[in-house]
Design a protein around this ligand. Structure first.
Ligand code: CP
Ligand code: NVA
Length: 310
């Protein structure tokens, strides 16, 4: 496997291996105990959208593995306007050993991967957010010890984050329900792919407009109502999404030990209340930290030659 563009590209064994490698790197303690598979290597980080977690977790993770990272801002690159994705990929491959990119159109990350001779990692596109999905599964596994059979309700927009949860959850044998307002369902193609994974893993995937989808689940997950690039729709979406706010009453419908996740950044008071995100069930900051561990595993595997644990 050269690139990491979607969790749907992984086999169930590769997914489990990445989570195991991430947990292993996380417990490797101090810098002197940690393997340095990226020593002398450089990660080029290309951003067409803003970021806090993705930028910092990749940069720090790369350094922890012995490598170096450089940040390229939206203004500098002009992906598709100043220069084509194909040319950017060809040029960066001459300087860097691995590329991570955050783009609008998913076709842009596919084009970068097609023309780069080095591994390309998807740091979020309009279609999916596989690094986030990896960290999410690691966080759920940390809470419950296992993913198989766990029930997750994602409440909100059927967006990039929802798509990666569908792919990853179904691969891992989870039961994933997307609870969404009318006209904000996840992509039919993603549902179809995830259904295929679920039928092989013993999991299941559903999409519904009914909040009953939260009843008894192990994980309640939400994300912003308007994603980056949808700012014009934010006001209109507020009214439509308000019944889907994750507040204490909604979380009370989940299982007694349920945890709450959010990929962040959060719009507190919109999709999630302060009481929930700051409450005892919330694992959102562990989840944010796990971005770094999950991505260190990805970098070590794709660009550092480290094998995945069997
Ligand atoms: N969750 C996430 O990807 O955060 P950033 O947009 O800050 O990178
Ligand atoms: N769905 C959000 C996720 C941000 C990490 C967005 O695309 O803006």
């Amino acid at each position: 496997m050269k690139d990491f563009l979607s969790l749907a590209d992984l086999s169930p064994d590769q997914l489990r291996g990445l989570l195991d490698l991430a947990a292993g790197l996380r417990s490797s303690g101090t810098a002197s105990d940690r393997p340095q598979p990226l020593a002398g290597r450089t990660l080029a980080m290309l951003f067409a959208k803003p970021s806090l977690r993705t930028r910092v977790s990749f940069e720090v993770g790369m350094r922890r593995l012995g490598g170096d990272a450089l940040y390229l801002s939206p203004a500098e690159i002009g992906l598709g306007s100043r220069e084509s994705a194909a040319d950017i990929a060809r040029v960066l491959s001459r300087y860097a050993d691995v590329i991570m990119a955050r783009v609008f159109a998913h076709a842009d990350i596919e084009e970068l991967a097609r023309f780069a001779s080095v591994p390309v990692i998807n740091g979020l596109s309009d279609h999916n957010h596989p690094c986030q999905g990896l960290a999410d599964l690691l966080t759920i596994r940390d809470a419950y010890g296992d993913l198989t059979g766990r029930r997750l309700a994602y409440v909100g927009d059927g967006n990039n984050v929802a798509h990666s949860l569908l792919h990853g959850g179904a691969l891992a044998g989870m039961h994933v329900t997307i609870v969404h307002p009318e006209n904000h369902a996840p992509s039919a193609a993603v549902m179809h792919t995830a259904e295929g994974f679920a039928s092989a893993s013993g999991g299941s995937v559903h999409a519904t407009t009914s909040l009953d989808g939260v009843d008894g689940v192990d994980v309640v997950y939400t994300d912003v109502w308007a994603s980056m690039g949808q700012e014009d729709e934010a006001a209109a979406r507020k009214a439509r999404f308000a019944p889907y706010r994750v507040d204490e009453a909604l979380v009370a419908r989940a299982g007694a030990d349920a945890i709450v996740l959010h990929c962040l950044p959060a719009h507190r008071g919109d999709e999630i209340t302060d009481a929930v995100i700051d409450g005892l069930r919330s694992r959102v900051f562990d989840q944010a930290e796990n971005r770094m561990h999950a991505q260190m595993a990805l970098l070590a595997w794709l660009a550092g030659g480290m094998p995945l644990p069997a």
